[in-house]
Write a protein that binds this ligand. Structure first.
Ligand code: XMP
Length: 508
């Protein structure tokens, strides 16, 4: 699909996915790979350039993160950002030291004449670093400076290796996008990747595969199944029927919003099944996490089969599988940590001719861009991932209506505050957990003995590994105050500061 490709090597900074996104916005397909990725995977097809990301390590540590040395000899330009730049300096015999004056935030900068900065008129950038390059490696020259950082950018034009100390990927760096465009020009990219072209191609593929057949799909309201459904609907119209199952474990207002949006706004052929009672009955008294997951998975399949039968069957089953799902399903033989239930677990033996998986090659980011292009509302496209078993895996122990109510209310408050703080797109997932723990507190001079709500918020690129999100204290404070004031029977809020591994994102 991609004739030009930029690989971003992930050295562990929180928002590295933004770099890949900026590159794609500038017209070249880009993907983020872990710094441990083998050279073969980096080289892939159509490699045009490499970006080394920021990260929390110091380049002079013995065990500092690194990547395959071969990235510098693949014959494509390399751009290092922050730690990425320091890493380059260390690799080529320069010197990196703790900066005498650290720089955090908006910082005035002076650029030398260099193609990397062509057409840039803005004179400030976003800095956040403890270390800096104190000696430029041989063959390199400094091409930007700030008052406290003499080497704010460097270049070795002969080797086509560049480094910037600041973060061009964040919107706080004015004209940061231009720097990526300039880098892509240095890579010789034609910059022809566009979401329009991608959508047209995927739609044509679906038409060719399905012909006049009928397609059925489960719509969860999540990003992937939504984008897949809208795309296929664009391709084959009412030959597609979607089934949405409300299992009673959705977030506040979710069922109403999802059904309203897809049926009324996008005119999808949608069957909404109210199966709340059925699921909650089956789950009554069940406390064991795996048992809960199994019950929900099985019940989901049963409901889906019943509805499919009512429709008189279909030729194809639509699935919203995306590329990370494909990678994960390749790891057969690994231990079962959790039985994941999602649309991927639907019955394949109900007589379908085949599967339709239009998003199979795409990363979440692209799925989102595609969704926006297809006219799906921004809020929906940027929804955080939500597990198939829903709130069942966020209520520890047995599930009751009262616990679900407490969880829904606290979760709605958290989501509102994260939204207000402008963090919703920077954090991969954020939700509350009904811990089931009761503890003593004091409210209005009286003793309370009520529930503790857990707050979970993580950053990630693929949900395989995550860091807990560094939500600013004032935002955390407001979340806690509001949950305790507004949600009955909650007197304590705790913040989960566990990364994955060793934790998982969901508590069950
Ligand atoms: P864990 O908790 O395993 O979650 O770190 C990784 C990601 O998967 C989501 N998740 C699920 N998604 N069906 C799904 O479709 C499931 O059964 C399921 N369980 C967890 C979780 O929200 C996170 O994004």
């Amino acid at each position: 699909m991609a004739t030009e490709r930029i690989v971003v090597i992930d050295f562990g900074a929180q928002y590295n996915q933004l770099i890949a996104r900026r590159v794609r916005e500038a017209g070249v397909y880009s993907e983020l790979l872990p710094c441990t990725a083998p050279l073969e995977r980096i080289r892939g097809g159509g490699l045009s350039g490499i970006i080394l990301s920021g990260g929390p390590d110091s380049a002079y540590w013995d065990n500092a993160r690194g990547c395959e040395a071969g990235v510098f000899t693949l014959g494509v330009p390399v751009l290092g950002i922050c730690y990425g730049m320091q890493y380059i300096a260390a690799q080529f015999g320069g010197e990196v030291r703790e900066a005498p004056v650290r720089e955090f935030g908006k910082t005035a900068i002076r650029y030398a004449q260099h193609p990397l900065f062509a057409g840039i008129t803005a004179d400030s950038v976003w800095m956040t670093h403890n270390d800096s390059v104190t000696k430029v490696p041989e063959g390199f020259t400094a091409i930007a400076s700030t008052d406290n950082c003499p080497v704010a950018a460097f270049a070795c034009d002969e080797k086509r290796i560049y480094g910037i100390q600041f973060h061009a990927e964040v919107t706080h760096t004015p004209q940061g996008a231009k720097i990526f465009e300039n880098f892509l020009s240095l890579c010789g990219c034609a910059r022809s990747y566009s979401v329009e072209g991608l959508a047209d191609k995927l739609i044509a593929d679906v038409r060719a595969q399905v012909g006049s057949g009928r397609v059925i799909g489960a719509l969860s309201g999540g990003v992937d199944s939504s984008v897949a459904s809208v795309l296929v609907h664009r391709a084959i119209g009412d030959q597609l029927t979607c089934i949405f199952v409300d299992h009673g474990l959705l977030r506040e207002n979710e069922a109403r919003e999802v059904v309203g949006f897809y049926r009324d706004t996008l005119n999808l052929n949608l069957i909404a099944v109210d199966a709340r009672e059925r699921f909650l009955q089956k789950l009554a008294g069940v406390t064991e996490p795996e048992r809960k997951r199994k019950i929900i998975g099985e019940e989901f399949i049963r409901v889906f089969e019943e509805e499919a039968k009512k429709l008189g069957g279909a030729d194809y089953l639509l699935q919203g599988t995306i590329y990370p799902d494909v990678i994960e399903s390749g790891s057969a033989g690994s231990a079962v940590i959790k039985s994941h239930h999602n649309v991927g677990g639907l019955p394949k033996d109900v007589g379908f001719k085949g599967l339709i998986e239009p998003l199979r090659m795409l990363f979440k980011d692209e799925v989102r861009a595609l969704g926006e292009h297809l006219g799906i509302a921004h809020e929906l496209v940027w929804r955080q991932p939500f597990p198939g078993p829903g709130l069942a895996v966020r209520v520890l122990g047995d599930i009751t209506e009262e616990k679900l109510h407490i969880l829904r209310r606290s979760d709605a408050i958290l989501r509102e505050e994260i939204q207000n703080a402008g963090l919703s797109e920077a954090i991969w997932q954020y939700f509350t957990v009904f811990t089931g723990i009761r503890s003593v507190g004091v409210m209005g001079d009286l003793r309370t003995y009520d529930y503790a709500i857990g707050v979970r918020a993580v950053t990630s690129t693929d949900a395989m590994t995550v860091e807990w999100a560094e939500i600013p204290y004032p935002v955390l404070r407001r979340i806690s105050e509001r949950i305790i004031a507004e949600v009955p029977h909650v007197n304590r809020v705790v913040y989960d500061i566990t990364s994955k591994p060793p934790g998982t994102i969901e508590w069950e």
